[in-house]
Write a protein that binds this ligand. Structure first.
Ligand code: CP
Length: 311
């Protein structure tokens, strides 16, 4: 019988039932971390990062080390043979000789898919250009489920750069599969969600959504506010970036407009879009979100390597 190797390239690669199972495993890891400390003994994770990262790369590494495995990899294209012109296809063939699983971040959309086509080990998309960031989405889903107790019947505000923000695209795709989800999309006109998200996801699935510019008006209606950074690295024109970079700044005054049971998420890094005065608000969940990211990546590594849950 042929064994089908699984990758995670897109947030929809897993069914909602598989995501529920993965989040259940992540929650069990959170509750019983010592039970998992040797389950990946002898296994190696390669992190191939062609773009800068703090959270994703180090949380993958932390996840594998927590499972008793080992890590290897590179943190920039310049420190790999990509600088000499090696293709992603060739690199992944080589990495397949060194590791059991890999996480790849690349500025070009679709690069992790190319890697998966040439790989003999599971490939995880750790962010490709302005396209998708599925492990951030799993992290966001675990955070929302842990804080709100559900992934359905929620009004979710997404604020900032909705055009280039891959975490936003992935989260809309993922949440659109749950019942009773409503989106309020808060952005300047130049940074609205791409047409394919509006047409192929929101309209195609008949999801209730509104596109607005004013964050204050949206605040009282939200269960979750997902803030994002305006990403300098995605702009072709510095003038446009400077004009839009501070278009939304969440501060204490804006938080007063929100419900007591609303939570603020942000994939991080933040620049100015959340004032540090919000950090002490119990509804500010963005650093807790980082911790959930480790549990979820531990569960994902176990799932893709088909490692049994300890008894
Ligand atoms: N959230 C996220 O992708 O952060 P890094 O760019 O630091 O990995």
């Amino acid at each position: 019988m042929e064994i089908i190797m699984r990758h995670l390239l897109n947030p929809l690669d897993f069914s909602t039932e598989e995501i529920d199972a993965l989040l259940d495993l992540a929650s069990d890891i959170e509750a019983n971390p010592t039970s998992y400390k040797t389950v990946c003994s002898g296994k190696k994770l390669a992190t191939l990062f062609y773009e800068p990262s703090t959270r994703t790369r180090l949380s993958f590494e932390s996840a594998m080390l927590n499972l008793g495995g080992s890590v290897l990899g590179f943190a920039s294209a310049d420190s790999s043979s990509a600088a000499k012109g090696e293709s992603v296809a060739d690199t992944i063939r080589v990495i397949s000789c060194f590791a059991d699983i890999c996480a790849i971040r690349h500025p070009k959309e679709g690069a992790p898919m190319v890697a998966a086509l040439h790989s003999s080990i599971p490939v995880i998309n750790a962010g490709d250009g302005g396209h998708q960031h599925p492990t951030q989405t799993l992290t966001d889903l675990m955070t929302i489920r842990s804080l709100k107790g559900r992934l359905s019947n929620l009004t979710v505000g997404l604020c900032g750069d909705l055009k280039f923000g891959r975490t936003v695209h992935s989260l809309i795709h993922a949440l659109a599969r749950y019942t009773g989800i409503r989106f309020i999309l808060i952005s300047p006109p130049e940074l609205k969600v791409p047409d394919y998200i509006r047409e192929d996801v929101l309209k195609a699935r008949r999801i209730e959504y509104r596109e607005v510019q004013n964050l204050d008006e949206a605040m009282p209606h939200l269960d979750i506010l997902y803030m994002t950074r305006v990403q300098r690295e995605r702009f072709f024109n510095e003038e446009d970036y400077i004009r839009m970079k501070d278009c939304y700044i969440l501060d204490r005054a804006k938080m007063k407009l929100a419900r007591e049971d609303m939570f603020v998420l942000h994939p991080l890094p933040r620049v100015n879009e959340i004032s540090t005065e919000v950090d002490d608000d119990p509804r500010a969940a963005y650093f807790r979100q980082v911790q959930y990211g480790v549990y979820v990546r531990m569960a994902l590594i176990m799932t893709l390597l088909e490692v049994e849950k300890p008894c």
